[in-house]
Design a protein around this ligand. Structure first.
Ligand code: SF4
Length: 436
């Protein structure tokens, strides 16, 4: 640890605003103050690509429309499956007008787009939208569609959700729609959006292991929702779907405790947890995953050489910070200076915390100015942060990585382990090139 980071560590420890409590031997410092993270609307960017027969209608303001366009602009190469219903001032004069306007927008949309099977109404922040009961509106519109289109509502508002939490609220809205699995059927349900290419790789490995029945939530089509029941073993692929996991547990599923499939070690342990739930031993997992793990180790080698010994800080943003920090430290040899998370879901992250060093500076929540002060004192080699902070930090000579890229890119599993490491090598190389 350098003198600068010792100073910042001491500042966290001394600060009376930081109530600390320990999880898995690590003292978690809580921060409350101004936050700088995306709202949950950002989830639409990857959800609309995954669920191909769904449409996302944000009921919001021009700010929401702008955020979606700029966050998603680079991602669109097909007809977009999202839009923003900006309710004008006239509509906001009374709730009755508001509901009428919403009904009009939805009716027009569904008439124009007969391919929509599931329509999500996504709530946002403006106070007029908060007053609207979107759950009721969704039920009313669903009835009007007489089963032709399923209309559901969830919140992507910056008041209730951070960046990746919008996926959790969306999937939670789907849970009551899932069919009941027959009581005597055992199945594995993988929870959290995965790019199709990763889903296919995982499916091949689970098949080779002999898992009897495998489903993914979200599925590629909302018309093909997976069944859930007491025989369902739930394996999370993303750490930010805790609300959905709880809703599935309420429907009888059993949540498996496992780290996340990032890097070789995490991916192997993830498969082991699934296999164990079906009475399949470690030797079988080893045999099935050996070739992929060997390929991954070869691919990782050269990136490890570039990352080892480098110091990294995570600002709270994507909720992937803890598993990524674990991968970078244990498999790439990086030194963790500070790991910040928007919120710490202990049930979803228990297995990951066991793998982190007990003296880790782990912060939950955000007080952005204080965090930036610590960052300036630490001056890590690499800072993972949101888009809004990256440019100013680069201007101060810090090297940054946009956390949003880590959510958009295929980074799970053995075959993506080297690509994941490379995402952290790239900004370091760029900074080096700029230095000459
Ligand atoms: S939901 Fe709220 S935070 Fe998100 S873009 Fe709209 S107004 Fe901004």
């Amino acid at each position: 640890m350098t003198a600068a980071s010792e100073t910042a560590q001491a500042a966290v420890a001394r600060d009376p605003g930081h109530a600390g409590n320990a999880v898995g031997g690590i003292v978690v410092q809580r921060e409350q103050g101004q936050r700088q993270v995306f709202c949950g609307l950002a989830g639409i960017v990857w959800l609309h690509r995954k669920i191909q027969d769904a449409f996302f209608l944000v009921v919001g303001s021009r700010t929401c429309a702008h955020l979606l366009q700029s966050a998603a602009g680079v991602m669109i190469f097909a007809e977009p499956r999202f839009a923003t219903a900006v309710l004008g001032d006239r509509d906001l004069a009374g709730l009755a007008d508001c509901n009428e306007e919403l009904d009009r927008v939805v009716t027009e949309l569904l008439a124009r787009r007969p391919d929509i099977g599931t329509l999500f109404l996504v709530a946002s922040c403006p106070s007029e939208v908060i007053k609207l009961d979107l759950d009721n509106a969704a039920a009313r519109l669903s009835r009007e569609q007489q089963g032709r289109v399923r209309v559901l509502a969830y919140s992507g508002s910056g008041l209730d959700t951070t960046f990746t939490q919008g996926e959790d609220t969306c999937l939670t809205a789907l849970v009551p729609e899932l069919p009941e699995a027959p009581a005597d059927t055992d199945s594995l349900l993988v929870l959290g959006t995965l790019p199709d290419v990763v889903e296919d790789q995982f499916r091949r490995l689970f098949d080779a292991l002999g898992i009897p029945s495998l489903y993914f939530l979200p599925p590629r089509r909302a018309s093909e929702l997976p069944p859930v029941g007491p025989g369902t073993r739930l394996l999370a692929a993303q750490p930010f779907v805790g609300g959905t996991a709880a809703a599935l547990v309420d429907r009888g599923a059993t949540l498996l405790e496992a780290p996340y499939p990032f890097g070789i070690e995490g991916t192997r342990a993830w498969f082991e947890a699934a296999a164990d739930a079906f009475g399949i031993g470690v030797a079988r997992v080893e045999a099935v995953t050996a070739a992929a793990a060997t390929r991954a180790a070869r691919g990782l080698e050269r990136y490890r050489a570039q990352l080892a010994g480098k110091r990294i800080s995570f600002l709270p943003d994507s909720q992937l910070e803890i598993p990524l920090a674990r991968f970078l430290q244990r498999e790439c040899g990086m030194e963790l200076v500070e790991v910040g998370v928007p919120y710490l879901d202990r049930r979803m992250l228990g297995a990951e915390l066991d793998w982190l060093p007990s003296d880790l500076r782990l912060t939950e929540g955000q007080d952005v100015e204080r965090q930036l002060d610590r960052l300036r004192a630490d001056r890590p080699d690499l800072t993972v942060c949101g888009l809004g902070l990256a440019n100013p930090l680069e201007a101060e000579g810090l090297t940054t990585k946009w956390s949003i890229e880590l959510v958009f890119s295929p980074v799970h599993g053995f075959d993506q382990a080297a690509d994941l490491a490379e995402l952290f090598v790239r900004p370091l190389n760029r900074r080096e090139r700029l230095a000459f």
